[in-house]
Design a protein around this ligand. Structure first.
Ligand SMILES: *[C@@H]1O[C@H](CO)[C@@H](O)[C@H](O)[C@H]1NC(C)=O
Ligand SMILES: *[C@@H]1O[C@H](CO)[C@@H](O)[C@H](O)[C@H]1NC(C)=O
Ligand SMILES: *[C@@H]1O[C@H](CO)[C@@H](O)[C@H](O)[C@H]1NC(C)=O
Length: 544
């Protein structure tokens, strides 16, 4: 009699394991973010309806794959379906009219992008966060047609993030507050501070350039108003502080929240590199990110806590995975990743000139100290050049050399858009020997696309910033890849009255076992939001 029962138990246990492996543990949910390659048909560049179709097909496949891997939510990027539209009329043509309230958007007749996204959520029974264009007349917003704040065509077009639940119900709608150029779009007349209570915790939304500013994200985080920020973005990487994954990580850690970031993956652009999507759990200092040089579409999946500040790290192991998503118009992989470099106006750089030391600089009130130890460079293996000493000398002479600098700044950043920065960081500038004199105070290129020869056994930065400054920590290694904090580095702050101190520590000072680490940037990037000049939408000299 026992036998069949045992069999049944065993069978149900196996079934249970098979079905439940991908499901997030209790108190957690499984998130998916798409690192999305634009599906642009180069022969039909202005056929936006066709381009939306191609990209929507990839969204469909991504949602199905995410669901199959146990995801509860999928986040899509900014401008993932509608992009490169330069005229107001065209933008209006592909805009949706997104209601405020909760509706079952999938049952409606019209098949606007908005409705189709609702159906995507319903079909796959998955929460969907995505970005599109919302249209609102001045009248609908209670603004008179003759008012100065009503645009000439008597309507607003907003770069908009939406969130649907598993039934395709609209849970929230957020209009991007900080447009980056985007002259066909409008800034919402009132700030939008949206948080949405769901079974996945309390969720906030912000879009791309918003992440630089105080509202909505930091402002809400400061008051513990949400658990997880949904972040559709199309980010242009800038070394050494503001590359996409780097700043996503820094923002989540600095604000002590979870961040689900979905970015456009477009490495082939001649100057502006975009790549890097990920899942970051601030209070646990854990992350999963996709940062690739190729042009493959990928999903990043990981478990995250519903209540990150109240959940122990052991409760929600990330259990992350990165999977490929089929594309409609694959892009050849023969392209090189590009990024912007920081403008160094009013930035102090001091070279770390010895192998094992300590430096301390204060500049315009920001104090920055580094304690570090560099490992001896690996001796290159003997090769044929060693037997030809003259040639070896010449090669060494022209080989790029790594120079490390302590970087300190307290400035309003130059450029079209201006914001305040307080910086304490150590950065690498690869430079050639033959222009050493010039390079000293004038790094033109940060980060490293290659492996690094230098290795840090230990590095600890200590920065003293203004009391009101929000500090964002990050660590980047060779090939512009993130250094995972797991056993390698950590960030903390000490609340000294009037002078809070922030620390990042890489490696372990007294542990002879600790492995030396290739480092390109270790940074405490401070934002003194209260001193920012007023934000105004301006054209940017960039052809998207
Ligand atoms: C405002 O302008 C819109 C678009 O031109 C028009 O449809 C609407 O009737 C106008 N409202 C008023 C009160 O004039
Ligand atoms: C983040 O929140 C956790 C839990 O509230 C707290 O223990 C930790 O110190 C915070 N970390 C930072 C860097 O503020
Ligand atoms: C940085 O400069 C601003 C503006 O001059 C100043 O108010 C602030 O106190 C400075 N930061 C520090 C840490 O002293």
């Amino acid at each position: 009699m026992m036998q069949p029962l045992r069999c049944w138990l065993l069978l149900s246990l196996i079934t249970f394991i098979v079905i439940e492996t991908k499901k997030a543990p209790e108190g957690c949910f499984r998130a998916a973010v798409l690192d999305h390659v634009h599906q642009t048909n180069v022969r039909q560049l202005s056929d936006f309806a066709k381009i939306i179709e191609l990209n929507f097909k990839v969204y469909e496949d991504a949602a199905a794959l995410a669901k199959k891997q146990g995801a509860d939510i999928i986040v899509f990027p900014e401008d993932g379906l509608i992009y490169n539209i330069a005229s107001r009329e065209k933008a209006d043509e592909f805009a949706s009219d997104i209601p405020d309230g909760e509706t079952n958007a999938c049952t409606l007749e019209t098949k606007s992008v908005y409705n189709r996204l609702a159906c995507l959520a319903q079909k796959h029974e998955i929460f969907v966060a995505a970005d599109l264009i919302d249209r609102k007349s001045c009248e609908e917003l209670g603004i008179s047609n003759t008012s100065d704040s009503c645009p000439a065509d008597k309507k607003f077009l907003f770069n908009t993030a939406v969130l649907f639940d598993r039934q395709g119900k609209l849970l929230g709608r957020y209009h991007k507050m900080h447009l980056f150029g985007e002259m066909t779009m409008n800034i919402p007349p009132k700030p939008e501070l949206l948080v949405i209570d769901t079974e996945l915790g309390r969720l906030g939304m912000q879009i791309c350039f918003d992440m630089i500013f105080k509202t909505p994200g930091h402002f809400l985080a400061e008051q513990n108003k949400f658990d997880t920020m949904l972040f559709p973005t199309w980010w242009f990487d800038e070394a050494p502080m503001l590359s996409s994954s780097q700043y996503q990580m820094a923002w989540a850690f600095g604000n002590n929240v979870t961040l689900l970031a979905s970015n456009i993956h477009r490495v082939e652009s001649s100057l502006l590199g975009s790549r890097g999507s990920g899942i970051y759990v601030g209070p646990h200092q854990t992350l999963a990110t996709a940062l690739y040089d190729d042009s493959v579409e990928r999903l990043v999946l990981a478990n995250v806590p519903i209540k990150p500040r109240e959940t122990d790290k052991s409760v929600c192991p990330l259990d992350s995975e990165i999977i490929e998503v089929p594309q409609q118009i694959p892009i050849p992989n023969s392209v090189k990743y590009h990024h912007l470099n920081m403008n160094l106006l009013d930035v102090t750089l001091v070279e770390l000139s010895s192998k094992d030391s300590e430096f301390h600089i204060c500049y315009k009130g920001v104090c920055c100290q580094i304690e570090y130890r560099l490992a001896v460079k690996d001796q290159p293996r003997e090769s044929w050049v060693d037997r030809v000493p003259l040639l070896a000398n010449m090669l060494e002479y022209f080989t790029p050399e790594e120079r490390y600098y302590l970087m300190v700044a307290n400035r309003t950043r130059p450029g079209t858009y201006r914001w305040t920065e307080e910086i304490c960081a150590v950065v690498v500038c690869p430079s050639s020997r033959w222009n050493i004199g010039k390079v000293e105070k004038d790094c033109s290129q940060f980060g490293s696309n290659q492996e690094l020869n230098s290795r840090f056994v230990y590095a600890k930065l200590r920065g003293a910033f203004s009391e009101s400054t929000a500090v964002y920590p990050s660590a980047v290694g060779p090939k512009n890849q993130l250094i995972n904090p797991e056993n390698k580095w950590k960030y903390w702050k000490v609340n000294v009255p009037d002078k809070p101190e922030h620390f990042v520590e890489l490696g372990a000072k007294d542990n002879p076992e600790s492995k030396a680490i290739e480092l390109s940037t270790l940074a405490l990037y401070g934002r003194n939001y209260d001193l920012d000049p007023t934000y105004k939408q301006k054209p940017v000299p960039i052809n998207l």
